[in-house]
Design a protein around this ligand. Structure first.
Ligand code: ADP
Ligand code: MG
Length: 249
């Protein structure tokens, strides 16, 4: 009996144009994610991690290969059905020049004010929102310029909580946020990932030690794949990255 996994990529290739040429940044990536799994994508900067998640969120399509969700090619799924199943929290959070409440409500347009506020509370946004001049009605400026990076990210987490989709794509912040904000973001993320299928780009390896799968993506290829313990035993790049983070922390 063949069991279809929830999310699969096969032979995924993606190039970006560069002048008259193009540069291939994903060179044939195969990923298989089962329902309920916590999957971490790690690797050196420029390795293609964000490109992979942007493909999964269908910001654009691959030049070659395919992505299926529940056995259906994303290109055949249609945006409405895709985004019923999938939400994402990326670093370049899209905010518009409206009030805070309306910016979070995008996660689920028919949500009541009370539901939006509950999501903000769970995402640890409540306190900073209440300190804004007009609270939840405060216009947050084009692209949220009035907010810090950590605050924008927590709003994006609130949106995803409100949306409550079963599959979550998450790009952990690299931007320097102060330790207290970092703690709050981590708490909001813990709430968000609970009970979902998660694919996360992680920079701090201690947050993914218990991942079901770790994919090490470097120069557009998955060069190591396994659990934390398996990758440590393999003694490759992951082990070196782990050793480096352990001594510098
Ligand atoms: P990572 O998230 O692992 O740092 P990215 O997927 O962001 O890697 O980038 C992979 C490579 O693709 C990098 O060399 C980056 O400069 C390039 N790249 C990413 N986005 C674009 C883009 N929109 N246009 C052109 N090149 C891009
Ligand atoms: Mg990235």
């Amino acid at each position: 009996m063949s069991v279809t996994s929830l999310l699969e990529t096969r032979g995924l290739k993606k190039s970006y144009p560069q002048g008259k040429h193009s540069v291939e940044v994903l060179k044939g990536v195969d990923v298989t994610v089962d329902k309920g799994e916590f999957v971490a994508v790690v690797g050196p900067s420029g390795g293609g991690k964000s490109t992979l998640l942007h493909l999964l969120a269908r910001f654009f399509d691959p030049q070659e290969g395919r992505i299926t969700l529940g056995g259906v090619d994303l290109r055949d799924l249609g945006p409405d059905r895709l985004y019923d199943h999938l939400s994402f929290v990326f670093q370049d959070v899209q905010l518009f020049d409206g009030g805070v409440l309306e910016n979070v409500r995008i996660g689920r347009p028919d949500a009541t004010d009370a539901e939006v506020m509950a999501a903000c509370h769970a995402a640890r946004c409540d306190e900073f929102i209440r300190r804004l001049p007009e609270g939840y009605e405060t216009p947050i400026g084009e692209n949220g310029q009035r907010l810090s990076g950590g605050q924008r990210q927590r709003l994006s987490i609130a949106r995803a909580l409100l949306k409550d989709a079963p599959v979550l794509l998450l790009d952990e912040a690299t931007a320097s946020v102060d330790p207290e904000a970092q703690h709050e973001i981590q708490e909001a993320i813990s709430r968000l990932i609970k009970g979902r299928t998660v694919i996360v780009i992680a920079h701090r390896l201690h947050t993914i030690q218990h991942a079901d799968q770790i994919l090490l993506l470097a120069q557009g290829r998955i060069i190591e794949h396994g659990s934390h313990d398996e990758l440590l035993r393999a003694g490759g790049l992951y082990r070196d990255m782990w050793a480096l983070q352990t001594v510098t922390q």
